[in-house]
Design a protein around this ligand. Structure first.
Ligand code: HEC
Length: 250
């Protein structure tokens, strides 16, 4: 009887362990930490608003349709139609860039990539740091550069909000150029804190777009916790069983 119990515990543990291992994730070094708020609908709505107003001119998110956005983010379809669609797109259409791909390739030298999967290709930390790291660079074609994405072809489209900043670099012992700090040239409409909060919302929105089912996963988090408790209980039972055998053999 005891053997059967032991085997059942081991079998259950083996079945559960690979699942719980998936809860772990990766990250990139030397960048500012960011905590995105996927369970905060207001934050995602704000991210969507920024995306539509400042990014959709050049970038598409072709895997995302307006009606899915409306359902997932709790934005009524009338509001999506009125405030979020400036082209002749319909509510069931994907979020396609306003600017034709050919034109943007001519202007920027590269086509602004579709951002549907960017939240997965680049992690949240990278995206957030990229958005807050633009600086004025008179030597670049657009007049802008970025410490996270050197010589990027994208201009700082949020400069009105963040303000204009220059970057100060130092040279280390090996003669390598090293970023030291930003210096404010002109203030933007937002304080540093407000801008960073808005960029968190924008990052959260892109992570959501990259994997819309993630919203459901966040909600399932509570079940995962319950499941981990069951796992701990099973391990404890197993340990007790083994110890009983060891003790009785003496
Ligand atoms: C004026 C056109 C334009 C606008 C508006 C614009 N971008 Fe870009 N974006 C570009 C171009 C061009 C690139 C490609 C840069 C390169 O490869 O050097 C780019 C690159 C990017 C990348 C890097 C993609 C990657 O993985 O390499 C991200 C992320 C991005 N943009 C996000 C945004 C967001 C978010 C907004 C809105 C706040 C925005 N962009 C607005 C033109 C634009």
């Amino acid at each position: 009887m005891r053997n059967v119990m032991k085997k059942t515990c081991i079998a259950l543990l083996c079945a559960f362990l690979p699942l719980s291992a998936q809860a772990a994730g990766g990250g990139s070094a030397n960048l500012e930490h960011v905590e995105i708020r996927l369970n905060d609908t207001h934050s995602l709505q704000n991210g969507a608003k920024i995306f539509v107003n400042y990014c959709l001119g050049c970038h598409s998110a072709d895997y995302m349709r307006y009606n899915r956005l409306s359902a997932d983010l709790d934005i009524p379809e009338e509001i999506v139609l009125r405030d979020m669609i400036s082209s002749d797109a319909k509510i069931g259409d994907p979020m396609t860039a306003v600017m034709p791909v050919k034109k943007s390739a001519e202007w920027f030298g590269v086509t602004p990539p579709d951002l549907s999967l960017t939240g997965r290709l680049r992690d949240a930390k990278w995206l957030y740091n990229y958005f807050i790291s633009f600086y004025v660079d008179p030597d670049s074609v657009s007049g802008w550069n970025n410490t996270v994405f050197e010589n990027v072809a994208m201009p700082h489209v949020l400069a009105d909000l963040q303000g204009r900043r220059t970057a100060v670099f130092t040279t280390d012992e090996d003669g390598q150029k090293k970023f030291d700090r930003f210096e404010v040239q002109t203030e933007g409409q937002m304080s540093d804190e407000e801008f960073k909060s808005a960029m968190k919302d924008l990052t959260g929105f892109l992570v959501y777009v990259g994997e819309p089912v993630k919203l459901k996963r966040v909600k399932y988090g509570i079940y995962v916790m319950l499941f981990l408790f069951v796992l701990a209980f099973l391990s404890w039972m197993l340990k007790t069983e083994y110890w009983r055998d060891i003790k009785s053999s003496h």
